[in-house]
Design a protein around this ligand. Structure first.
Ligand SMILES: Nc1c(NC[C@H](O)[C@H](O)[C@H](O)CO)[nH]c(=O)[nH]c1=O
Ligand SMILES: CC(=O)[C@@H](O)COP(=O)(O)O
Length: 222
């Protein structure tokens, strides 16, 4: 069912709530129980001819809003690729360590993680896209550290890295997570790679787990 169809169906339900038979306040206890006991999140939510739906099926269509969210617990069968830029390796290695620690903490199997090194952040996108399209991974985590120099080179690398990771995700359909630091100086970078401001590699790994789980457990049948 498309989102549009779901929305149409949703408005049909809303309209029915104002009708004589289906006012919310007038709903019997029995009806409320019926609503709560609908088993599958998708099955029976919307039939093709919403306008022609019978009174009986309408009562089973009034239901709570569904919230779909990735789990940080069911991680055992999730596979990840990590693309890491070697440029500013002093920083990126620490980001990678943070990411691997987090994967371990959340029970991702070591053999389900592949780490791919690239020269710099500019090169991350093309590799992430290839890995995403391989069908071998549930998410691709991209790690790099871009630090401002004297010229506009910084902006070119930052923009390319961000749009490269974004495109990789959109083109492959596999979540590609942006764990690339964009810093004015080395201090800012070190602080975010296990220093005063935490470890952004670790945070990005958590995002990768949540997105992998969301896709695997909720979005794969759409
Ligand atoms: N200056 C930084 C770079 N520059 C290198 C580029 O990423 C790229 O490898 C080169 O232009 C060849 O295509 N990379 C970083 O990751 N961080 C930097 O601060
Ligand atoms: C972000 C960079 O690529 C950086 O190393 C470039 O430094 P510069 O602008 O001084 O050439």
């Amino acid at each position: 069912m498309s989102h549009l169809a779901a929305m149409r169906c949703g408005s049909a339900n809303l309209a029915s709530l104002t009708g004589p038979k289906f006012t919310l306040l007038g709903a019997s206890h029995k009806t409320a129980q019926t609503v709560l006991s609908i088993p599958s999140p998708l099955k029976g939510f919307c039939s093709s001819g919403a306008a022609k739906t019978s009174s009986r099926s309408l009562s089973t269509q009034i239901r709570a809003v569904r919230h779909l969210e990735g789990s940080l617990i069911k991680t055992q069968n999730l596979r990840f690729a990590v693309v890491v830029a070697r440029f500013n390796e002093f920083v990126t290695r620490r980001l990678l360590e943070g990411a691997l620690d987090t994967f371990k903490k959340y029970a991702v199997n070591e053999e389900d993680i592949d780490v791919v090194w690239v020269p710099g952040s500019f090169e991350i996108g093309i590799v992430a896209e290839k890995l995403g399209k391989s069908g071998k991974y549930h998410a691709v985590l991209c790690i790099g550290a871009v630090i401002r120099g004297d010229t506009s080179h910084y902006d070119a690398v930052v923009n390319s890295a961000a749009s490269g990771v974004l495109s990789a995700g959109l083109n492959s359909g596999v979540p590609c997570v942006f764990g690339v630091l964009t810093c004015d100086d080395m201090d800012q970078a070190v602080n975010r790679a296990g220093g005063k401001a935490g470890n952004k590699g670790s945070e990005a790994a958590l995002t990768a787990i949540e997105m992998a789980s969301l896709f695997q457990h909720h979005l794969s049948q759409l």
